[in-house]
Design a binder for this molecule. Structure first.
Ligand SMILES: *Cc1c(COP(=O)(O)O)cnc(C)c1O
Length: 367
């Protein structure tokens, strides 16, 4: 039996039929670009997030780029972000002409901390870009305190953490503009590329609406040089259906994670995901660490269990970031995480039999 790393399953049962029905309706409506399906999803997601504004865009990367643009971050500005994030976060900072400053994450939560950020602040730092990595919320209350004291802007990268809470408040409600990806494998996923930005500010929302549509203020009148990054109507319609089940999908991820946490406790030298008090985890990924990472991955592959490494080479050691002039010895925590991390299969609809196979194979490896 093959255990996939991730598969879209009909979970909760009936979800696929509801999506097909909604897609058929949206096709018949024929309002494919910025039509009523987009407005409806923006309103529903704003309600879910408890924020006044959501602007749908083409993908998570554009959500980051347009957030930075709308906040006026660009040439000459430095942006603090975690060294161990996905490449998209760093590319977005580079794309607007700002300079990414990679900060070490906490070795236990893998997220930026307020103390780490405070130490990295210099006069040309304009913004902080915390990433709720693998589904765990950063300690946003402490981070906002540091940001407010230093007068810095905050963009949350929520691409892996839809529905994660800090205290009683969801991620994507703390920063000045907050980016979501709705890539198919994400906790809230479309059937193709899609993204969105949440903000408390009407001015930022207006700016985002212009940037995503060539800079247009009214038809054929342009205030800024924008791009084409509009949320597709069919994707918006699908997201409206899935949003209704996001809570159930996250609960299922948390249930599966709890089983892994119980069953793999104390096995070999495995380090299991640690959750900081008050910072919720929605387990976009279930990342374990071991000094024998590559051998464990091979052992699981031989048993047809697919695992992935998030991420094998950190940004500062990629050829595309050679210009940052960072060396292998810089960012030692980031490097160590890249060398030891392994993501186990975890997705809504994963069967008990599949998860037992993974647990059994991991235990057997360390026996
Ligand atoms: C997926 C992801 C993105 C980019 O989203 P896309 O929709 O693929 O462009 C950005 N940041 C993080 C942390 C991600 O996981």
């Amino acid at each position: 039996m093959h255990v996939p790393f991730f598969e879209l399953r009909d979970f909760p049962e009936g979800l696929e039929a509801s999506i097909q029905e909604k897609v058929a309706f949206t096709l018949a409506e024929k309002r494919f670009v910025l039509g009523p399906a987009v407005t409806a999803f923006e309103e529903e997601f704003a309600q879910y997030q408890n924020v006044p504004h959501v602007v749908g865009v083409g993908n998570g990367y554009d959500a980051l780029v347009l957030s930075l643009k709308a906040l006026g971050i660009g040439e000459g500005d430095k942006v603090l972000l975690p060294g161990n994030t996905y490449i998209a976060t760093i590319n977005a900072v580079q794309q607007v002409g700002a300079t990414p400053v990679l900060v070490e994450p906490d070795p236990e939560t893998y997220n930026l901390t307020a103390a780490g950020i405070a130490k990295a602040i210099t006069p040309d730092v304009k913004a902080i870009l915390p990433v709720h990595l693998y589904g765990q919320a950063c300690d946003m209350e402490a981070i906002m305190e540091v940001a407010n004291q230093a007068g810095l802007l905050v963009v949350e990268d929520c691409a892996q953490a839809h529905g994660a809470y800090v205290g009683g408040q969801k991620v994507g409600t703390f920063g000045h503009a907050n980016a979501f990806s709705f890539y198919p494998t994400k906790n809230l996923g479309a059937y193709g590329d899609a993204g969105g930005v949440t903000t408390q500010s009407e001015e930022v929302a207006d700016s985002l609406r212009k940037y995503r549509n060539y800079g247009q203020s009214e038809r054929y009148y342009y205030d800024v040089v924008g791009v084409n990054s509009r949320l597709d109507s069919l994707q918006a319609a699908i997201l409206s259906v899935k949003l209704k089940h996001l809570h159930a999908l996250n609960l299922e991820r948390q249930r599966l994670a709890k089983i892994y946490l119980q069953e793999l406790q104390g096995v070999g030298d495995l380090v299991l995901p640690a959750t900081q008090a008050g910072c919720g985890h929605v387990y976009h990924l279930f990342v374990v660490r071991t000094s024998r990472r590559d051998a464990l991955q091979q052992h699981l592959q031989a048993k047809e269990i697919t695992t992935l490494i998030h991420y094998p080479v950190p940004a500062h050691l990629q050829p595309s970031y050679a210009h940052l002039n960072l060396k292998a010895g810089d960012l030692p925590i980031t490097k160590e995480l890249a060398n030891t991390s392994l993501s186990l299969p975890l997705f809504p609809g994963m069967t008990e039999q599949e998860q037992s196979l993974v647990i059994k194979a991991v235990k057997q490896f360390f026996a």
